[in-house]
Design a protein. Structure first.
Ligand code: HEC
Length: 112
C-alpha cells in the first residue's frame, strides 16, 4: 500500500468512528476540555463534603449522564445546567463524564 492509500484509509477510519459515535447518540465533545470545565465550573460545589454533594464521572452510568444532560436541569430540576456553562462547554463536560461513567470501559474518578 502506498502512502496516499494509507492516508485515505486513516481518514475513512476516522470518519467511520465519528459516524458510529453520532449514531449511538454519544456526546462528541472533548474529554480533555470537559475535564477542565468540570473542575473549573462544577467541582467547587461537588467535591467531597461540598454543598452539592460529591459528583464524579462514576456518579452515573453512561445512559444516566446522557439523560441528565439531555434534560439539562440541575439541582433537582430547580435550574438549568446552562446557568454554569455554554452549550458547547456542556457537551465537553458530558463527553468527559460519559467517557469515565460507572459502566464505561474506563471508569475512574479522575481525581475529581
Ligand atoms: C453553586 C454550586 C453548584 C455548582 C457550581 C454546580 N452544582 Fe451541581 N448541585 C448543586 C446543588 C446544591 C445540588 C443539589 C444537591 C441535593 O440537594 O441533593 C446539585 C446537584 C447536582 C447533581 C445531582 C442531580 C441533581 O441535579 O440534583 C449533579 C449530577 C450535578 N449537580 C452536576 C453538576 C455539574 C455537571 C455542574 C457543572 C456544570 C454543577 N453541578 C455545578 C450545586 C452546584
Amino acid at each position: 500500500m502506498n502512502k496516499g492509500n494509507g492516508l485515505k484509509l486513516a481518514v475513512m477510519v476516522l470518519a467511520l468512528g465519528a459516524f458510529v459515535a453520532v449514531a449511538a447518540g454519544e456526546a462528541t465533545g472533548s474529554v480533555t476540555k470537559g475535564k477542565f470545565y468540570f473542575k473549573k465550573s462544577c467541582k467547587s460545589c461537588h467535591a467531597k463534603g461540598a454543598e452539592g454533594g460529591e459528583v464524579t464521572p462514576l456518579t452515573k452510568t453512561q445512559a444516566q449522564w446522557k439523560a441528565y444532560f439531555t434534560a439539562g436541569k440541575h439541582a433537582k430540576g430547580k435550574e438549568d445546567l446552562s446557568k454554569f456553562l455554554t452549550p458547547e462547554q456542556l457537551v465537553d463536560v458530558q463527553t468527559f463524564l460519559t467517557a469515565h461513567a460507572s459502566d464505561s470501559p474506563q471508569p475512574e474518578t479522575c481525581g475529581g
